[in-house]
Design a protein around this ligand. Structure first.
Ligand code: TXA
Ligand code: MG
Length: 319
């Protein structure tokens, strides 16, 4: 497959200034974060935010994560509670998103909240993400920079695969973490795990105690969690110890066959997370059926298993 990379630019000072200018003018710009590449828009410009849904082909308006440079900038737009404050101090900048009540005076587009009275806030650690938010001078709404329902992008080339020359793509190399941020909400009984991700549950629970699971239809829900998401074209079979005829194996750990792609030969879950989406893409271009070896449910393994379960789900199903 030939990929149009004509709008991919190394994220130097000139490209960042151009990106900031385009964002202020209402255009979309793709940029690296430490988790995955984001498709950014000025979060205060409703039309720009709407064009994210149009470009991604999202089936409906899910709320989006708003990216800020600091907790002080976030506090201009949302109300922090004590637990959120403690989590921001411990994890920001980093792969943690906090869903908090909108302030009455925030200029953030209502569309980023998709009808809720909360906003998901994240302060990314990647220097290019930080520099782009600064160049734009506004918070950036940014979902992962891929067409809806496909595997999230961990390189500028992956973004170009989805969106060709339609938008400026700032190239910052491969993302370090490789799965999206952990999303935490706050209910009457404390902090709720809305989406497992790059900040492991164990580290979060050290600060706020046990995380509750979201209750469907309850006070804190994560409306964007389609069951079939992150889906390659190929069928995906989980907890496989070997490939069946017609399948290609995605290995994990030292016991995998030497000729299989391996998420981490040494069994390191951070390395596996960083490789996950790129290896799913590579296998997807080679085979109709992918078999994935078991991944332990500890640390980043919770996020990896969550994404794999979605990749394996029957297509088009909702939670
Ligand atoms: O790592 C990441 O988080 C990436 C990078 C680009 O920062 N962004 C990302 O955004 O994954 P997106 O839009 O693909 O995921 C947003 C998630 C969804 O699961 C959505 O349901 C949840 O955050 N979310 C956003 N706003 C929410 C809100 N107000 N209430 C509950 N959940 C919310
Ligand atoms: Mg996504």
């Amino acid at each position: 497959m030939s990929i149009d990379v004509s709008s991919v630019r190394t994220a130097d000072a000139a490209a960042l200034a151009e990106g900031g200018q385009q964002l202020r003018a209402g255009a979309l710009v793709a940029f690296p974060t430490e988790t995955v590449y984001g498709l950014g828009a000025d979060a205060t410009n409703g039309e720009a935010v709407a064009s994210i849904f149009a470009l991604k082909g999202r089936p409906r308006f899910n709320p989006l994560i708003v990216h800020v440079q600091s907790q002080a900038q976030a506090a201009d737009h949302v109300e922090f509670n004590a637990a959120a404050q403690a989590l921001a101090e411990a994890f920001w900048p980093g792969p943690l998103t906090l869903v908090l009540p909108r302030r009455a005076d925030t200029p953030l587009s209502l569309l980023v909240s998709a009808g809720l009275d909360t906003v998901a806030m994240r302060c990314p650690a990647h220097p290019i993400a930080q520099a782009l938010i600064a160049a734009a001078g506004v918070p950036l709404a940014a979902p992962s920079a891929n067409p809806s329902g496909t595997v999230s992008p961990t390189s500028a080339r992956h973004v170009a695969e989805g969106f060709g020359n339609k938008i400026l793509i700032l190239d910052g190399g491969e993302t370090k973490i490789g799965v999206e941020s952990t999303v935490i909400g706050f209910g009457p009984d404390g902090a709720v795990m809305l989406r497992p991700g790059g900040a492991p549950r164990e580290a979060i629970e050290k600060i706020v105690g046990p995380l509750a699971a979201p209750v469907s239809g309850g006070p804190v829900a994560s409306p964007g969690m389609l069951t079939s998401h992150y889906a390659p074209h190929a069928r995906v079979r989980l907890n496989a110890n070997a490939a069946e005829p017609g399948e290609k194996l995605l290995g994990f750990g030292p016991d995998a066959p030497a000729d299989a792609l391996n998420l981490s030969r040494k069994g390191d879950l951070a390395e596996a997370a960083a490789h996950l989406f790129a290896m799913l893409r590579a296998l997807d271009s080679e085979t109709e059926a992918i078999a994935v070896m078991p991944i332990p449910f500890i640390g980043l393994g919770e996020a990896i298993n969550d994404r794999l379960k979605r990749a394996a789900a029957p297509r088009g199903t909702h939670v």
